[in-house]
Design a protein around this ligand. Structure first.
Ligand SMILES: [Zn+2]
Length: 124
């Protein structure tokens, strides 16, 4: 009898731990940082160099306006489309969304790019 109770208790504790492990604040944070990193990389891929030497990144998913992370100047340059580029037919056929930039991470991605710029500029 004692053994059965012990087994149940240990089993319950392990199960509790497993459930906790699935969504620890650390894991949530890591997942969030990964998403921010992905957004920052996408913005970098579609950036141009500003007159000041800084990185001018897209200001939205689709358009041609970019803003410099160093001097904050905003200007028009080559068009970009970081949104959903599926055709109507592809959408009808449930082709997965190919959106490249998650706007939910935009502000944080810009913040991280600004920090990166400050660090790289300080080295010079
Ligand atoms: Zn600039």
């Amino acid at each position: 009898m004692f053994k059965i109770i012990t087994t149940v208790l240990v089993g319950g504790a392990l199960l509790g731990k497993a459930v906790l492990n699935a969504t620890t604040p650390e894991k949530m944070e890591a997942r969030k940082n990964k998403a921010i990193g992905r957004a920052a990389d996408t913005l970098k891929d579609h950036a141009v160099t500003c007159h000041c030497g800084g990185l001018a990144i897209p200001t939205e998913q689709r358009g041609k306006i970019r803003r410099c992370v160093r001097c904050n100047k905003q200007f028009a340059s080559g068009g970009y489309n970081l949104g959903d580029t599926r055709t109507l037919n592809e959408r009808k056929n449930y082709v997965p969304n190919n959106e490249k930039l998650d706007m939910q991470q935009y502000e944080d991605a810009v913040k991280s790019l600004k920090q990166e710029d400050k660090k790289s500029n300080a080295k010079k």
